[in-house]
Design a protein around this ligand. Structure first.
Ligand SMILES: [Zn+2]
Length: 427
C-alpha cells in the first residue's frame, strides 16, 4: 500500500468552479469572494489546529503529521492584485534536450503527466497538478487535489492499453496549437517512454550510461554541481534504479507501492472559515513534498547518505518536476528555501533542490495559498517571518517577486485544460 499522509481534498466541483471563473468578469457572488480575499491580504496568523483524518497505512518511512505552526502564513490575491504582477508573454519554446541529471527530471515529468492525465481520463477526477521527486530510494509524489487516487492512476497508466489508442504519437502538422491534440499526443508519448524504458527495460542502460557520461563532462549537473562528481553519479544511479523499481512494481498485477510516498495537500495548514463561492485553498503539490522533507529532514537525510555510503554532510539532491512549471507562489517559496538557512540552502549540508527549468508560471487569484513554512528556516519563528515576507510581497509589493516582469507562456492560458498554469513548457 502507498504511504498516504492524510486525506483531505477540496470537492472537485469547488475547484472547477474557481477555474472556470478565473478570467471572467466579476459577478455579484465573486464580490463576496473578493471581500474575503481582501480580508486575507494581511497574511494574518492563525493557530487553530484541525483534527486531521487518521493516517492511512503508516509505514516506517512516513512521518507523523506535524502540528500547525503557531504563525502559519497564507495569502489570497484578488484578480486585480494578481494583475499587478506584470508578465512578458512568450510563445512556447522549442522542445528541450534533457541531459545529465535532467534526464531524471524528465522521467519525473513523464510520471507526473501520466498520472495527471490518467486521473482525468480514467478516474474522472482533476488533480490540477502533480509533482514528483525521487531521492533516498523512494518516489515522492503529490497532487493539488485527489492525492488518494495517485497510485491507482499510476498503475492504470502503465497497464491500461486503451489509454494508448485513439491519439496520434505526434500532433498533425498545423495542429500544434490544438490543446486537446497536443495533450493526447504528449500523454501517449510519455506513457510509452515510461513503459519502454523502465517497465520493459528497453534503452534503460543506454539512457543511464548517457546521463553518466554527460554528468562526467559537466553537463546537466545536479543542483549546479554543488554535490561533487562522485556523489552526483551515486545519486544519479540510485534515482534511475529507484524509478525502475517503482515503475516495475506499479505495472505489476498486484503493486505494493512500498517505495512510493504520496503527499496530500493541507496536512498541516490552519483551518480557515468556510470559503466563499469561487475561492479555493491549497498548498501546491511541490510545496507539500518540500514541507514533508523539511519536517523529516534529519532522518531522511541520514537515511539517504547511509544508503549511498556518502559522507554524513553530503548534499542530497531533490529533483522536482511536474506537468507545469512552478507557479509564481511555489517559485517564490522555492527560491527563498534555497537561501538563508532554508531547507535547500547548501550551507545546511542537507538537501539541494534540482529543477531542470527556471521558468516561472502564473500567479493565481481567488486561491488561498498556504506556504510551506517549514522549508524557509531552521526555527519556527524565523520561518514564520520569512513566510510573512513572501505573503506581503504578493499582496503589497509585487515588484519584489521573482515572477515580476518575467516571461510566461500564455499560449494555452484561455483553454480550460491549462487555465491552472499558463506554462506547461519546460524550456
Ligand atoms: Zn504552485
Amino acid at each position: 500500500m502507498p504511504n498516504i499522509h492524510s486525506c483531505m481534498s477540496l470537492p472537485h466541483d469547488v475547484c472547477r468552479l474557481s477555474r472556470t471563473r478565473r478570467y471572467s468578469v466579476p459577478e455579484k457572488s465573486e464580490r463576496t469572494a473578493h471581500a474575503f480575499a481582501f480580508a486575507l491580504t494581511g497574511a494574518r496568523s492563525r493557530a487553530v489546529h484541525e483534527a486531521r483524518a487518521p493516517e492511512v497505512d503508516i509505514s516506517r518511512q512516513v512521518a507523523q503529521p506535524a502540528p500547525v505552526p503557531p504563525n502559519a502564513r497564507y495569502y489570497c490575491l484578488t484578480p486585480d492584485e494578481a494583475a499587478q504582477i506584470p508578465r512578458q508573454p512568450i510563445a512556447p519554446p522549442r522542445p528541450k534536450r534533457y541531459l545529465g541529471f535532467d534526464r531524471v527530471a524528465q522521467s519525473l515529468r513523464h510520471i507526473a503527466i501520466a498520472v495527471n492525465m490518467t486521473m482525468r481520463e480514467r478516474l474522472h477526477v482533476d488533480p490540477l497538478e502533480v509533482q514528483v521527486s525521487v531521492f533516498g530510494g523512494r518516489l515522492h509524489i503529490a497532487s493539488n487535489f485527489h492525492a488518494d487516487r495517485i497510485c491507482d492512476a499510476l498503475h492504470l497508466a502503465l497497464t491500461d492499453d486503451a489509454l494508448m489508442s485513439g491519439a496520434p504519437r505526434r500532433v498533425a502538422p498545423g495542429d500544434e496549437r490544438n490543446w486537446l491534440a497536443m495533450v493526447m499526443s504528449r500523454r501517449v508519448r510519455d506513457i510509452a517512454k515510461l513503459r519502454h524504458r523502465y517497465v520493459q527495460g528497453q534503452g534503460f542502460d543506454r539512457m543511464r550510461a548517457a546521463a553518466r557520461a554527460e554528468v562526467k563532462q559537466g553537463t546537466g549537473l545536479p543542483a549546479d554541481g554543488t554535490t561533487g562528481l562522485h556523489s552526483a553519479l551515486r545519486q544519479l544511479d540510485d534515482a534511475f534504479a529507484t524509478l525502475r523499481n517503482v515503475l516495475r512494481d506499479a505495472a505489476s498485477e498486484s503493486p505494493q507501492f512500498a517505495e512510493v510516498v504520496v503527499h496530500t495537500p493541507m496536512r498541516d495548514t490552519p483551518k480557515l472559515p468556510a470559503l466563499p463561492t469561487g475561492v479555493t485553498e491549497t498548498m501546491h503539490a511541490e510545496q507539500c513534498i518540500e514541507s514533508a522533507i523539511a519536517e523529516n529532514a534529519e532522518r531522511w537525510h541520514r537515511d539517504a547518505v547511509t544508503r549511498l555510503h556518502l559522507c554524513p554532510d553530503a548534499l542530497i539532491v531533490v529533483p522536482m518536476a511536474g506537468r507545469f512549471v512552478p507557479c509564481a507562489a511555489c517559485a517564490e517559496v522555492e527560491a527563498e528555501s534555497r537561501t538563508q538557512g532554508g531547507l535547500f540552502d547548501p550551507a545546511n549540508a542537507r538537501f539541494v533542490l534540482h529543477r531542470s527549468s527556471r521558468r516561472i508560471g502564473m500567479a493565481f487569484a481567488n486561491e488561498v495559498q498556504h506556504i510551506a513554512q517549514a522549508t524557509l528556516a531552521g526555527t519556527p519563528a524565523e520561518a514564520a517571518q520569512r513566510a510573512k515576507t513572501i505573503a506581503e510581497r504578493f499582496v503589497h509589493a509585487p515588484h519584489l517577486l521573482r515572477a515580476y516582469g518575467t516571461p510566461v507562456v500564455l499560449d494555452y492560458s484561455l483553454d480550460t485544460e491549462s487555465e491552472s498554469s499558463g506554462d506547461e513548457s519546460q524550456g
